[in-house]
Design a protein around this ligand. Structure first.
Ligand code: GTR
Length: 430
């Protein structure tokens, strides 16, 4: 509550300030020479000074310590599973002109006398026998937005009003919204390469606006008398990541899905989410961050493009309240985002940037992937095979992969093809 109130006051103050003609924000820095000097916390030195010199010390001591720091100061701690989970499954073996099996799963979660429904959509390549590796990611506009397939349930959940979500009227999807994000979800091409795709609408888990956490998943877990998360408890990003783990729970029950080869992928705020999901839940075999920026792959200490203060002010519900302590104060944070990527080790991770996406700080995204390498090497997993940022559209694929592609803040066919290249390598396919 404390942070929420302060942020609203800051916003109101800003409005007044900008009327007076004095800039609302400190100028966004896009000048590499003005990046502040910083020292990154060492992923391989414990809080008590112990050097991490073995996989054992990493796994038993330093990793849990770093995870706890991210929970306490950045994303907030999420609860375990709901007391009860129900799956209602609809299956069509002849979807997409016979190219796919489509499954839709209504997941009803119940806890403390309340319940919430999440709709999971899964496409698997037709005619495959055995369990299929799958990419899972949340979507911004409802499952119906990822493909024009008329069989996809039209979401009735609250949606943002945004030019990026055509077909949404009065915060609800209409038939006109079908397939409007299909450019970001090249389903047929993914199926053709032998992978399945699964997705859920992020707003089913927690609608993306600051209502003090009265809707979505949070109220199912309030203790008696509690009406908002504590300063170290889950914000929306942690809630969305928690929802991805519920999708994984389902995969473990479905013999058609290879739950040991699931790549979690997300774009932008949902890229922050996929990184955190992969850090918390080690069942995800591969983690993909597409243009995730501040609070995702980008190093906070660089304060290049979007900063901690800016993101906490614009989106006060995304992180836990403790994260506000690091507004204009990134140096004091006991972690930085290379340690988030290190939490994924030794599993494959892919960090992607876009040439025009300066707001997300492409170099900061690259450097996180690079600096996570010390932990990957300690675990004998290989790291990022690039001294400096590779040229545009020259993907470096390994246990840690990175590319910066032509164009702006988006998910494209190029991105997906590279993610599948990395998955082929890591999941043992030629
Ligand atoms: C922006 C935000 C970014 C990124 C993006 C998105 O407004 O500043 O951190 O998350 O939204 O999710 O599209």
């Amino acid at each position: 509550m404390g942070k929420k109130l302060i942020c609203r006051m800051v916003l109101m103050g800003m409005a007044v300030v900008s009327v007076c003609g004095i800039g609302a924000w400190a100028q966004t820095n896009y000048d590499e020479s003005k990046v502040p000097k910083y020292t990154l916390p060492d992923a391989l030195v414990c809080a008590d000074g112990t050097k991490v010199d073995s996989a054992k010390v990493w796994t038993e001591k330093r990793r849990p310590e770093i995870l706890a720091l991210f929970e306490k100061y950045v994303y907030g701690k999420a609860p375990g599973r709901a007391a009860a989970t129900k799956y209602e499954i609809e299956e069509d073996d002849d979807a997409l002109d016979g190219r796919a099996v489509r499954k839709q799963v209504a997941i009803t979660l119940s806890n403390n006398g309340k319940s919430l429904r999440l709709d999971l959509l899964v496409y698997l390549p037709a005619g495959r026998s055995g369990a299929t590796p799958v990419f899972v990611g949340l979507n911004f506009g409802g499952n119906h937005s990822i493909h024009a397939d008329p069989g996809i349930w039209l979401s009735s959940s609250w949606m943002r009003s945004s030019s990026k979500l055509p077909g949404v009227v009065d915060h609800r999807a209409t038939e006109a919204a079908r397939g409007k994000s299909s450019g970001r979800w090249p389903i047929e091409n993914i199926l053709q390469r032998g992978y399945g795709v699964a997705t859920m609408y992020y707003g089913d888990i927690d609608p993306d606006f600051d209502d003090g956490f009265q809707n979505g998943i949070h109220p199912l877990f309030y203790k008696p008398g509690q009406s908002a998360p504590a300063a170290d408890e889950w914000g929306s990003i942690a809630a969305w990541a928690w929802g991805l783990s519920r999708a994984m729970d389902y995969f473990e029950t479905d013999a058609d899905i290879d739950s040991r080869h699931v790549g979690v992928m997300g774009h932008s705020r949902l890229g922050k989410t996929s990184l955190w999901a992969g850090a918390v839940d080690q069942r995800f075999a591969m983690v993909i961050s597409n243009d995730s920026g501040c609070g995702g792959a980008a190093l906070s200490r660089r304060a290049f493009g979007e900063t901690v203060k800016r993101i906490n002010t614009s989106f006060p519900h995304w992180f836990c309240d403790n994260f506000v302590q690091f507004n204009d104060n990134e140096d004091k944070c006991p972690v930085d985002q290379h340690m988030l990527i290190a939490l994924i080790a030794p599993r494959p991770v892919y960090v992607a940037s876009a040439e025009k996406d300066r707001w997300a700080d492409q170099r900061g995204e690259f450097l996180s992937a690079k600096h996570a390498g010390s932990v990957y090497r300690l675990l004998g997993a290989g790291s990022l095979d690039a001294e400096d940022m590779p040229a545009i559209d020259q993907a470096v694929i390994g246990t840690i992969s990175y590319h910066i592609r032509t164009g702006g803040h988006d998910v494209t066919e190029y991105d997906w093809q590279r993610y599948m290249d990395a998955a082929d390598r890591s999941f043992g396919k030629k």
